[in-house]
Design a protein around this ligand. Structure first.
Ligand SMILES: NC(=O)c1ccc[n+]([C@@H]2O[C@H](COP(=O)([O-])OP(=O)(O)OC[C@H]3O[C@@H](n4cnc5c(N)ncnc54)[C@H](OP(=O)(O)O)[C@@H]3O)[C@@H](O)[C@H]2O)c1
Length: 252
């Protein structure tokens, strides 16, 4: 069997209604996985489902991952349909670019709630024997902002740094349950989050950011393909790592 295949695996993906999460859904389906897709926007999630490989089965959960009280029940229902979870991608995320003087505790809390806490709480649920298959792989989407400083990104960078370090500790704890845990740090990728950020920082700063990418801005599938690799058996000896997928951004 091709070690890069996701055949016979059920993968749960947050943030599947847009950008990188949508692309992860499409690439995982092309690699043979069945999918449980989570986001709030039903219409956009349906659009993602329409883009999947026709041989792949998909179930959707329309939920706010921060506030949904019955998320575990909803996941249990989908697992009973598609089978136990072999893979998890936490791709849901929010970004704000604001000067430090405009940061406040609400902003920190909102960003951490989605980017960090919701992902780790889901990992807690998915690591339970009743939901996980024999062997599993969890991937958290961090950012290069979790590795290098960027103006206006205090809360966002802090959340993405927390994703990398928290994922490492989860990797240590869950290795005994045969769960590998890694993160991915992309630089700028062509998605709605990026377009919004360019609007926030203005034309001049946007051009500067673009220049910092030796290989140019990434496409969502550049990150999705790295996810497929980490979810596959080809990565069976990789855990506790952060894979930088950044077109050379952090090599400066
Ligand atoms: N694009 C980049 O340049 C870039 C670079 C580095 C890292 N990243 C990271 O990559 C991830 C995906 O980014 P993207 O560019 O694809 O973003 P995006 O297009 O804005 O998509 C964000 C996704 O998160 C979901 N989401 C946000 N809050 C949620 C909540 N409370 N409950 C459920 N779902 C929620 C959204 O779904 P709904 O609105 O439907 O709920 C959407 O599917 C993020 O973690 C981001 O920080 C992006």
């Amino acid at each position: 069997m091709n070690p890069f295949s996701l055949q016979n695996k059920t993968i749960l993906i947050t943030g599947a209604s847009s950008g990188i999460g949508r692309s992860c859904s499409v690439e995982c389906s092309k690699s043979g996985a069945n999918l449980i897709l989570i986001a709030r926007n039903e219409e956009e999630l349906k659009k993602t489902v329409s883009l999947l490989d026709p041989d792949s089965k998909a179930e959707v959960i329309i939920a706010d991952i921060v506030n949904a009280e019955n998320l575990e029940e909803l996941i249990a229902e989908k697992v009973s349909i598609l089978g136990k979870i072999s893979g998890f991608i936490h791709c849901a995320g929010i970004e704000k670019t604001l000067p430090l003087k405009k940061h406040n505790s609400t902003l920190y809390n909102d960003i951490f709630a989605v980017n960090v806490i919701a992902g780790f709480e889901l990992a807690k649920i998915l690591s339970l024997k009743k939901y996980k298959s024999e062997v599993a792989s969890f991937v958290f989407i961090s950012s290069v902002a979790g590795l290098v400083g960027e103006i206006g990104k205090t809360a966002y960078s802090a959340s993405k740094g927390a994703v990398i370090s928290g994922a490492r500790s989860i990797a240590m704890e869950l290795s005994r349950s045969n769960i590998r845990v890694n993160s991915i740090s992309p630089a700028m990728v062509n998605t709605p989050i990026l377009n919004k950020m360019f609007e926030d920082v203005g034309e001049e700063s946007s051009q500067e950011i673009l220049k910092k990418h030796p290989l140019g801005i990434g496409e969502p599938e550049d990150v999705a393909n790295a996810c497929v690799f980490l979810l596959s058996d080809a990565a069976k000896w990789i855990t506790g790592s952060n894979l930088v997928v950044d077109g050379g951004y952090s090599a400066h």
